[in-house]
Design a binder for this molecule. Structure first.
Ligand code: GLN
Length: 454
């Protein structure tokens, strides 16, 4: 009830929730109390969570932040949300995101922008973005409108909004969480993960979300470790990689200082720093912005006005006209841009030059990390190149927006786990985050190092 009251009070300003499921939440909470009364409490019993509106929830509208899915009520539950329900979680509702998870500001949502709860801290006129694409998830958690939230990360969408909102968020190893029932953006990069106020809360949530699922062919059949236990593990003796190539030209001095501070904390706790090189880092953004739109253009072909959500037709419409009207009206500008780029790089004549080349470079980026794991146990970098920016900044320039993802896309291209941890404040008092990248399937070290920084 307290969370629902908070939502009623703050959501009109923040716009974090697209759908509030008040009645279902209260009913679920009651069932939870009943289970607790008979000693049958699950690990998340009664925990009020927000669900990114990219996860299909049976009987509850799932929009993916797009007008094209307005009114779409899935008949089934995603595996990740099903796992959370199995463990006793209570869903408060569905939270806002960039349309089809494409963006870094939450401004591409067809359901309106989300405001970062840290906005107006110093200046009542400055409204800040929460980051994206999981902006609603991060804003809801930061504003105490949920204890934690599900999110997804294709190129940074868990870690960047977590950093912008001063909370923690982990993108696990590709294959750790099932993608079944999550609206697809770029299938070889998409991973689900939690955002929460602490590293340990993320660990508890991830343990419930993760696990093998035969309905996702890329889901890994591996045991799910006790991530919360890893949070208490000392970092003494760990070798922390500091990749040279992440020290960007013109990097903001406060980001550089934050990074140094985080590394100092780890050294004080007995970790050692190792200077490493990930030589293909500079190709990560261009590679990502070829691979992700290519996969998106293919995944989004299914929104044709016939099978889901919006249908735009006119008198004498033929099938092609129905497709064109529906997609022209239903997709926003950023999604249309990605479809255009994606179909271009996949088209005969350009495929070798762009898509195939990007796949090759992706393999080199992956290899950079494989070599680094010979020398280090984890890699620490800044999570974002800046603190949260103003709602009106970076408005018309997609490329500037893409640069936000410079520190995060590598983990997706290489399939690695990465956690964003709140690590300090900038000169304006806005939160900044650090990122810990781990070896494949070694979220535990991400949690240990993340908890040591936090
Ligand atoms: N900002 C990146 C993009 O726009 C990443 C988004 C994501 O991780 N879903 O593609």
């Amino acid at each position: 009830e307290a969370f629902l009251e908070g939502i009623a009070r703050l959501n009109p300003r923040l716009n974090a929730f697209i759908t509030v499921s008040a009645d279902q939440a209260l009913e679920a909470a009651k069932a939870s109390d009943a289970r607790r009364a008979v000693g049958k409490a699950g690990p998340l019993e009664g925990a009020p969570l927000a669900i990114k509106d990219l996860f299909c929830t049976a009987g509850t509208q799932t929009t993916a932040g797009s007008a094209i899915l307005g009114g779409f009520v899935p008949p089934y539950e995603s595996t990740v949300t099903k796992n959370l329900l199995r463990d006793g979680a209570v869903f408060l509702g569905k939270v806002n995101l960039d349309e089809f998870a494409m963006g870094s500001s939450n401004k591409t949502s067809a359901y309106g922008a989300v405001e970062n709860p840290w906005s107006r801290a110093n200046d009542p006129d400055t409204r800040l973005v929460p980051g994206g694409s999981s902006g609603g998830s991060a804003a809801a958690v930061a504003a105490h409108l949920a204890l934690g939230a599900t999110a997804t990360d294709t190129g940074g969408s868990i870690r960047q909004p977590a950093a912008f909102c001063g909370i923690a968020g982990i993108k696990p190893t590709y294959g750790r969480c099932s993608r079944f029932g999550i609206v697809a953006f770029a299938s070889s990069l998409d991973q689900a993960g939690p955002v929460a106020r602490t590293v340990e809360d993320c660990a508890i949530l991830l343990r419930s979300m993760a696990g093998f699922d035969p309905r996702d062919a890329t889901s890994a059949d591996l045991p799910v470790p006790d991530f919360a236990a890893a949070c208490a593990r000392p970092v003494k003796g760990l070798r922390i990689g500091v990749p040279r190539e992440y020290r960007l030209d013109g990097m903001a001095p406060e980001i550089e200082a934050l990074w140094r501070q985080g590394l100092d904390w780890l050294v004080q706790q007995g970790a050692t720093l190792v200077d490493i090189s990930l030589p293909h880092t500079k190709y990560a953004l261009p590679t990502y912005y070829v691979v992700a739109p290519a996969e998106a253009s293919s995944n989004l072909a299914r929104y044709d006005g016939v099978r889901f959500g919006l249908r735009e037709t006119a008198q004498n419409s033929d099938l092609r006209d129905l497709y064109e009207r529906t997609r022209a009206k239903g997709f926003g500008a950023e999604v249309q841009r990605r479809i255009m780029i994606g179909t271009y790089v996949l088209s005969a004549g350009y495929y070798d030059a762009y898509y195939l080349k990007a796949q090759k470079v992706r393999a080199l980026i992956r290899r950079d990390f494989e070599q680094a794991w010979g020398q280090v146990d984890a890699i620490v970098t800044p999570a974002t190149p800046s603190a949260a920016f103003g709602m009106d900044e970076k408005q018309d320039d997609p490329v500037t927006m893409y640069l936000n993802d410079v520190f995060t896309v590598t983990a997706n291209l290489a399939g690695l786990p990465g956690i964003a941890v709140p690590a300090g404040l900038d000169a304006q008092g806005l939160p900044l985050g650090l990122q810990v990248i781990g070896k494949p399937w070694d979220e535990e070290t991400c949690f240990s190092v993340g908890a040591a920084i936090e």
